[in-house]
Design a protein around this ligand. Sequence first.
Ligand SMILES: *[C@@H]1O[C@H](CO)[C@@H](O)[C@H](O)[C@H]1NC(C)=O
Ligand SMILES: *[C@@H]1O[C@H](CO)[C@@H](O)[C@H](O)[C@H]1NC(C)=O
Ligand SMILES: *[C@@H]1O[C@H](CO)[C@@H](O)[C@H](O)[C@H]1NC(C)=O
Ligand SMILES: *[C@@H]1O[C@H](CO)[C@@H](O)[C@H](O)[C@H]1NC(C)=O
Ligand SMILES: *[C@@H]1O[C@H](CO)[C@@H](O)[C@H](O)[C@H]1NC(C)=O
Ligand SMILES: *[C@@H]1O[C@H](CO)[C@@H](O)[C@H](O)[C@H]1NC(C)=O
Length: 389
Amino acid sequence: MNPRAVILLLCAFGCVSDAFHRIAMQRHRQRKLPHARHLWASRKHIRRKFGVTAAAAPQSGGSSTNSAPSEAIEPLFNAYETQFYGPCLVGNQPFTLQFDTGSSDLWIPNANCTTCAKTCDNSVFQAAKSKSFVANGTAFKITYGIGEVSGVLATDTVSIGQISIKNQGFGLVSQTDTCSSFDGVLGLAYPAVALTRQKPPFYQMIEQKLVDQPIFSFHLKSNTTDGGSLILGGSNSSLYHGSLTHVNVTEQKLWKFTMDYIGFPSRKCRRCNGCNAIMDSGTSLLVGPTEDITQLNRKIGAKYNTTNGLWEVQCARIKYLPVLELGIAGKKFHVRPQEYIIAYEDNVCITGFMDLAGINFWIIGDVFFREHYLLFDVEQNRIGIAVAK
Ligand SMILES: *[C@@H]1O[C@H](CO)[C@@H](O)[C@H](O)[C@H]1NC(C)=O
Ligand SMILES: *[C@@H]1O[C@H](CO)[C@@H](O)[C@H](O)[C@H]1NC(C)=O
Ligand SMILES: *[C@@H]1O[C@H](CO)[C@@H](O)[C@H](O)[C@H]1NC(C)=O
Ligand SMILES: *[C@@H]1O[C@H](CO)[C@@H](O)[C@H](O)[C@H]1NC(C)=O
Ligand SMILES: *[C@@H]1O[C@H](CO)[C@@H](O)[C@H](O)[C@H]1NC(C)=O
Ligand SMILES: *[C@@H]1O[C@H](CO)[C@@H](O)[C@H](O)[C@H]1NC(C)=O
């Protein structure tokens, strides 16, 4: 690997590490949220994040997702989308950021965000304590990010591992309607979709020659105590089996590519015939059109619960379920039922296939990342995929 690359240890669900002063699941448990609620919240977030408007026609299969059973008035606790987060310094002040390939902005909470500090217990930025801080003051609003955040733009030194980016523009959030297990977000998608119109941190790293290669890679193994790692500026072939399969990016906005198919070939179920998909570290599940998701869920005998909008399976059946297969760039990639079924408290198990009425592409989230090594190449505009060790 290259000398100028940084390996960042990430924190997964409930991991304990000295580098993090909080444990995601712990705070979530204290809140005693009914589990269904943040899944509804998560649908709402995905809708906003990608600007998907709800389909007008009611969907079959009882899976209309247009309105949550209880619209939350207090901030939503978004503990469900926290798979990839890690430490970062802004103006020498520590924050825990979500590393999100599904957006392109960097934002952190500002000292005057009372919801961030008091309700969400996030770290907040003290501009007066940073010598390198430069105010800008232009207002920004991200209406379809993780929650709705707004504030003003600013510039400061941003450090990730040994890498220090000078004059990084970012959003300082003074208002939010969502609480997350992390303080802010660091977007890793293309500059074209940066709502703050600031050059995304990874592009600054390339421009300021802080990394040797214009690539970054994710390695997340679900069954380890740490959350895996993100390598900015390099990759490590000892973390995967065989060689990488590359798929070209079809639109340089999000990490969009053409997926050949997704399904259970062993049960004669293949959905999506050369459809659009995005690789998104910031979404937990596999999200797709209602009809396709309904088919996948029915093939494994999942039951739709109309009360909470979730597809449930008996946990004891996991070992009898088929392996999910994704066709990408002529190759087959697999996700075991242990990964695509999510065990919940009280022995409730739900599937990792979430429908979103009105969506016309697939979102390939952490369920896929957990078993695959993923390399993102911003120069050759392609994604490399291999089975993770
Ligand atoms: C690559 O990963 C292996 C396995 O975790 C590790 O032992 C090795 O140190 C890594 N290489 C570099 C250069 O970080
Ligand atoms: C928070 O602070 C910023 C920067 O000082 C200021 O522009 C903004 O108006 C403040 N917002 C609130 C809600 O106090
Ligand atoms: C604030 O940032 C915007 C966008 O990068 C830039 O066009 C503008 O000149 C900046 N304003 C100040 C006062 O620095
Ligand atoms: C995790 O690892 C343990 C021990 O190595 C194993 O028994 C268990 O089946 C693994 N779980 C998953 C989901 O792979
Ligand atoms: C991917 O893009 C490269 C460079 O633009 C091109 O040479 C190659 O043929 C493309 N591969 C496929 C399968 O389209
Ligand atoms: C459906 O979900 C509700 C709320 O989580 C739960 O109380 C109920 O038992 C579930 N129904 C079935 C049939 O599992």
